[in-house]
Write a protein that binds this ligand. Structure first.
Ligand code: FAD
Length: 150
């Protein structure tokens, strides 16, 4: 199977409430499970950073559907590369609002991988995005209290 990873960032059209994010999360998980897509969606400061993993054509089809969604705009394709294995195989799509994670921990992490403490994923390299998302996933998994209760 031709396994690919696609990473992109985009800007939210409006500030999204937890309910709005939940709606995106529910639909994403349902569709992605059927399509064999896994990944992570981070949201903060009106910015999205998403990773999609799966079979090449499914990743492409999903990405094109997502970028047509009016809830966000100005998508920047950060990378789309063949991979040996998935990194987020346990999640059909985990949505994490960074502002719900511990402030100090998150701003330190953002600063670790970018030029400013504000979340600006379109200024991050593919490698920085990937490492950042893996650390966010670890923080999320390690602490029950950090989990967003959808
Ligand atoms: P339908 O449900 O038939 O909707 C038709 C159109 O309306 C689509 O263009 C849809 O994008 C748009 N739409 C649907 N609901 C709303 C709403 N509440 N407000 C405004 N417009 C709306 N989907 C996935 O399957 N997998 C993902 O990983 C995924 N990630 C996403 C990440 C982000 C940042 C966003 C904003 C959306 C994401 N979605 C994801 C949702 C995706 O864009 C589609 O809405 C969804 O896949 C349903 O597609 P559809 O063609 O069946 O649309």
């Amino acid at each position: 199977m031709n396994l690919y990873r696609l990473v992109y960032s985009s800007q939210a059209s409006l500030e999204l409430s937890p309910e709005n994010l939940q709606e995106i999360s529910t639909v994403s998980q349902k569709n992605n499970q059927l399509d064999g897509i896994t990944g992570l969606l981070c949201y903060s400061d009106l910015m999205f950073l998403q990773i999609l993993e799966g079979e090449h054509q499914q990743v492409s089809k999903t990405y094109h559907r997502i970028v047509g969604d009016k809830r966000h705009h100005t998508p920047i394709l950060i990378e789309c590369v063949p991979i040996k294995n998935r990194l987020f195989e346990i999640w059909s799509m985990q949505t994490i609002s960074l502002s719900d994670l511990a402030d100090s921990q998150m701003s330190t992490l953002i600063l670790k991988y970018s030029g400013s403490p504000k979340f600006k994923p379109n200024g991050m390299s593919p490698c920085q995005c990937l490492n950042f998302m893996q650390e966010v996933a670890n923080i999320y998994q390690l602490s029950d209290t950090l989990a967003i209760d959808f």
